[in-house]
Design a protein around this ligand. Structure first.
Ligand code: THU
Length: 140
C-alpha cells in the first residue's frame, strides 16, 4: 500500500518522544517515530540505565512498540536527537548500527529521515543506511 508520508506529523511525534527520553548519563535525548502501513505512528525514546550497556535507543523502542501492537509493515521513520537543555543546535543524527540491523528486518527499504536541531535533515533509507545487510533469507 502506497501512502503519503506526513513528515511533519512524524517529526512532531519524534520530538514529543524525545522530550520523554531518560538520558541522565549521556544527556543526549533521542526520539523516533515510525509510520506503519495502516497509518498508525509509534514513537520511542532512548532509555538509559546506570548499568550503561542496558541502554536502548529510541529507534528500537519505536520498532518494538509497533511490533507489540501488531504492526510489522513500516513506511517511514523520523529520528531527532539533541543534547540536554539548553539544547545546542546539532546536525542530524543517524541510527546506530544495531538499530539499522533491526530496521532492515522488517523491510528491504523504507524511508528514514534524520533530523538535526539545526533545521537540517538527511533523507536515507534502511538500505542506504545498511548496505549488504545480513538478511534473514540467508537462514533458509
Ligand atoms: N541513541 C539513540 O537513541 N539513537 C541513536 O540513533 C544514537 C544514540 C542514544 C543512546 C544513548 O542513550 C545516547 O543516545 C547517547 O549515545
Amino acid at each position: 500500500m502506497n501512502q503519503a508520508i506526513d513528515w511533519n506529523a512524524l517529526l512532531a511525534a519524534a520530538t514529543a518522544a524525545r522530550d520523554n527520553a531518560h538520558a541522565p548519563y549521556s544527556r543526549f535525548h533521542v526520539g523516533a517515530a515510525l509510520l506503519c502501513e495502516d497509518g498508525r505512528i509509534f514513537a520511542g525514546c532512548n532509555v538509559e540505565n546506570a548499568s550503561y550497556g542496558l541502554t536502548i535507543c529510541a529507534e528500537r523502542n519505536a520498532v518494538f512498540a509497533a511490533i507489540a501492537a501488531g504492526c510489522k509493515r513500516f513506511v517511514a521513520l523520523a529520528v531527532i536527537g539533541a543534547t540536554d537543555a539548553p539544547i545546542t543546535p546539532c546536525a542530524p543524527i543517524t541510527p546506530c548500527g544495531a538499530c539499522r540491523q533491526v530496521l532492515v528486518e522488517f523491510a528491504p527499504a523504507f524511508a528514514v529521515r534524520c533530523y538535526g536541531t539545526d533545521g537540517t535533515h538527511l533523507d536515507e533509507t534502511t538500505a542506504t543506511l545498511l548496505p549488504h545487510a545480513f538478511d534473514k533469507q540467508s537462514l533458509t
